[in-house]
Design a protein around this ligand. Structure first.
Ligand code: G16
Ligand code: MG
Length: 217
């Protein structure tokens, strides 16, 4: 059998959430808005534009379209500055082993990310060749929990949604996989990701026997 294996990027393949946080924190500080790591959880898997709106809502700040566009550019430039020196050392533990196992078993692999910076990150970490399809924030109009990004990835891999398996670290992403009728695998805290069909703390907790079962299933 052939399934489709769809990976989220931030928080699943690489730990870029910390850089998103630092860049958003600068904007929040500038505006006098309190922005903690707990607040940052709300932004995971959420688009850049929506993320800014959430921060402004937290601070009860009204802003003009012009200001918002300025801050979005500033945030992204700052975020990109953290990625300049990015290399394969930033791949999260266990990810490489699973990608390699899937390749050895001829399973199609796609990226399904909300980020508009997904491709350069895959290139810098050397992971781009593992992906048969890349769907990111440049390709979709509806953000997670809308399943558009994952449905497009499954389609590009010629696989039905019910034969697709999604790895996600965000609540919105797990919901998107479920709504899309796919098998959701949460990577992170069980308390946060309880809507996922399976939950693992990270990829080192996933053994190849489990992946084999998914392929057979
Ligand atoms: C990621 C992050 C979000 C980020 C979004 C947009 O999604 O989880 O925090 O806001 O991408 O990123 P960018 O500003 O680079 O376009 P994912 O789906 O890869 O987890
Ligand atoms: Mg994510």
């Amino acid at each position: 059998t052939t399934k489709a294996f769809i990976f989220d990027l931030d928080g699943v393949i690489v730990d870029t959430a910390k850089y998103h946080y630092l860049a958003w924190k600068k904007i929040a500080d500038q505006l006098g808005i309190e922005f903690t790591h707990e607040h940052n959880e709300l932004l995971k898997g959420v688009s850049r534009v929506r993320s800014l709106d959430i921060i402004l809502e937290l601070g009860k700040v009204n802003a003009s379209q012009e200001d918002k566009e300025k801050w979005l550019i500033q945030k992204n430039e700052d975020y990109l500055s953290y990625l300049v020196d990015m290399d394969e050392s930033e791949i999260l533990p266990g990810v490489f082993t699973i990608l390699q196992f899937l390749k050895e078993n001829n399973q199609p692999i796609a990226l399904g990310s909300a980020s508009k910076n997904a491709r350069p990150i895959l290139e810098k970490t050397g992971l781009l060749p593992y992906f048969d399809a890349v769907v990111d924030g440049n390709d979709v109009t509806n953000a997670k929990p809308d399943p558009e990004v994952f449905l497009m990835a499954a389609k590009l891999l010629n696989t039905k949604p019910e034969d697709s398996i999604v790895f996600e670290d965000s609540v919105a992403g797990v919901q998107a996989a479920n709504i899309g009728n796919m098998t959701s695998i949460g990577i992170g805290e069980a308390s946060t990701l309880h809507e996922a069909k399976y939950i693992f703390t990270d990829f080192t907790a996933i053994d190849t026997a489990f992946i084999e079962e998914l392929i057979k299933g």
